[in-house]
Design a protein around this ligand. Structure first.
Ligand code: TEU
Ligand code: CA
Length: 561
């Protein structure tokens, strides 16, 4: 890849904001748009180019804003449309772009389309959703919802079931319907006309369902089957995205990222092809599934550490296979994942900061567009102080009902361990700004309990410490902006079978980078050839002992070829 061909979003770093948990401005315990605007200087200081906002639209909050009842209205909890316009203008004044979440695999069951669709079988919006007759008095197929139980909900009034791949309040839209697609594009263009800078597209890989909605393979002993192998990358998905590109995305210089659960390399190359026919990049999930439970009925619920060799193998596959034909996004954390330092790092007092920096270094020298989830840049950890009465996330609540109460697959305490390791609320606890009341997030009662470590881990402390995780992220962002090789270089993994150190190169015409990451709490030694005049660009220790690596040591060298 040549420097002159670099697009702005290929050199950008994205900061993801979960509005509900970022900054409350009016004391109701819920983060809001004015709160985000107050904190823009913090995002500027970090150096991020783009903010991705999780959904801020009108919603009954069955799945925290991912169930949208009006795509063109702001959830009053977050403020008004004027607040949004002000935020967008304030961000642009700082040269920060704003990417919106687009949730059109499903709507809320309170959306006017669904209210009409449900009203009768011959309503003209009936076909905006996926309705089927019962089969032998049962659900039309064996699909499970991604949030437990059947993916079908029976509607007494019309005697039919509707499909909801997520919760009941999130009926799936029927993308086969031309008028539905047209309405979605109109809505998107309305946001583009407002001047937003792009879209993050929620489960966009699932918008085209397989013809005939066949059963999914049912693991022995399970009641319902995870349908992802059938619902992801369906028969018309690329056709729909090409149409969307023509009708919306080409109307401005946007950044687009598809959240593509179930994506493989072959489909990613189409979704994110550099020919520009669909999207700019995708979020793939494979590296987030390496520590899934071996029992499919338990899915993500487990507490086992990831294998470094598998992680290397997987990330390297994505680096290699997408190079030159499509574009990666790079992430560890988001609002659906636990905190990375607690998952792949070490969140003990001794190693939290150094391992958080190691993970950052590992990711931020790869090819792709990096995403940082709020608090990741502080090394925020999982929230072990939250108990069953504190959780808000529907995935956790339904998961416990199904796995513990109904199917009795594990007991309550084991499930709690799993939730403390993998649950989504780990990411959703309020942002930790200060050591003071409610970490400076709110004057009121926070909607979700704070992580009780905010007195030590917070923005004020991070900004006052030259060696903080924050400044390490700031430097990584700066390096990406300054050094095109991080964007363009060819990726090469060193020692794939080394299960302690993750080392790779980024190779350019004249220069190369060597990135070394000790994944263990051990002192180790390696013998990579490093030229004597190699320049140390960044490290998470104060001094450099060359290839004698201390616990979680991470560093990057730059040298001429
Ligand atoms: O997530 C889609 C998705 O694939 C989830 O099943 C994800 O894997 C899971 O949350 C991980 O535990 C998106 C949103 O990011 C998520 O917040 C929403 O709940 C979901 O879609 C439905 O809109
Ligand atoms: Ca508020």
């Amino acid at each position: 890849m040549t420097t002159s061909a670099i697009k702005w979003w290929q050199k950008a770093v994205v900061y993801q904001i979960y509005p509900r948990s970022f900054q409350d401005s009016n004391g109701d315990g819920i983060g809001d748009l004015k709160g985000i605007q107050e904190r823009l200087s913090y995002v500027s200081k970090l150096g991020a180019d783009v903010i991705w906002l999780n959904p801020i639209y009108q919603s009954p909050n069955k799945d925290n804003g991912y169930d949208i009842s009006d795509y063109q209205a702001i959830n009053p909890e977050f403020g008004t449309m004027q607040d949004f316009d002000d935020l967008l203008a304030a961000a642009h004044a700082r040269d920060i772009k704003i990417v919106m979440d687009l949730v059109v695999n499903h709507s809320s069951d309170q959306h006017k389309w669904f209210i009409e669709s449900r009203s009768s079988k011959d309503n003209d919006k009936r076909d905006f959703y996926i309705w089927r007759n019962p089969v032998d008095g049962h659900e039309p197929n064996n699909w499970s919802s991604f949030f437990s139980g059947s993916a079908w909900k029976f509607d007494e009034k019309s005697g039919q079931y509707y499909l909801h791949l997520f919760v009941e309040g999130q009926p799936d839209l029927n993308w086969k319907n031309d008028e539905l697609r047209d309405q979605v594009y109109q809505m998107m263009n309305w946001w583009v006309d407002k001047g937003i800078d792009g879209f993050r597209m929620d489960v966009i890989s699932m918008i085209s369902k397989p013809d005939g909605l066949p059963d999914a393979p049912l693991p022995a002993g399970n009641t319902y089957a995870n349908p992802v192998s059938l619902t992801a990358n369906g028969p018309h998905v690329h056709e729909y995205l090409r149409e969307m590109r023509q009708k919306v995305l080409n109307n401005a210089d946007l950044m687009t990222v598809g959240e593509t659960s179930g994506v493989d390399i072959e489909h990613a190359q189409k979704y994110a092809g550099i020919d520009g026919s669909e999207l700019n990049m995708v979020f793939q999930f494979e590296h987030m599934g390496l520590d899934d439970n071996p029992n499919p009925a338990l899915g993500k619920w487990d507490n086992q550490p990831v294998s470094l060799v598998k992680l290397k193998d997987n990330l390297s596959k994505w680096q290699t296979e997408l190079e030159g034909n499509s574009w990666n996004s790079l992430y560890w954390d988001n609002h659906d994942q636990p905190r990375i330092v607690s998952r792949f790092g070490n969140d003990s007092a001794e190693y939290r900061e150094v391992s958080a920096k190691m993970l950052a270094t590992l990711l931020h020298f790869m090819q792709g567009t990096p995403y940082i989830f709020q608090g990741e840049e502080l090394g925020m950890t999982n929230a072990y102080n939250l108990g069953w009465d504190d959780f808000d996330d529907i995935e956790i609540i339904n998961g416990r009902k199904f796995i513990v109460d109904k199917e009795k697959l594990v007991d309550n305490d084991t499930m709690l361990d799993y939730v403390h390791y993998k649950g989504r609320d780990n990411a959703r606890t309020p942002m930790q700004w200060t050591a003071g009341k409610n970490a400076g997030f709110t004057d009121g009662t926070p909607w979700l309990k704070l992580n009780d470590n905010f007195e030590t881990i917070n923005v004020t402390a991070a900004l006052a410490d030259d060696n903080s995780v924050f400044y390490h992220y700031q430097k990584l962002i700066q390096l990406r902006h300054d050094l095109d090789l991080i964007t363009t270089g060819h990726y090469e993994l060193i020692d794939p079978a080394d299960d302690q150190v993750y080392t790779y190169k980024r190779i350019g015409d004249d220069q190369e980078l060597l990135i070394i990451n000790n994944f263990t709490d051990q002192d180790l030694e390696r013998d990579y050839p490093v030229p004597a005049d190699a320049q140390l660009l960044i490290s998470n220790y104060q001094d450099d002992l060359g290839l004698k690596l201390r616990p979680y040591e991470a560093k990057a060298y730059l040298y001429n070829r």
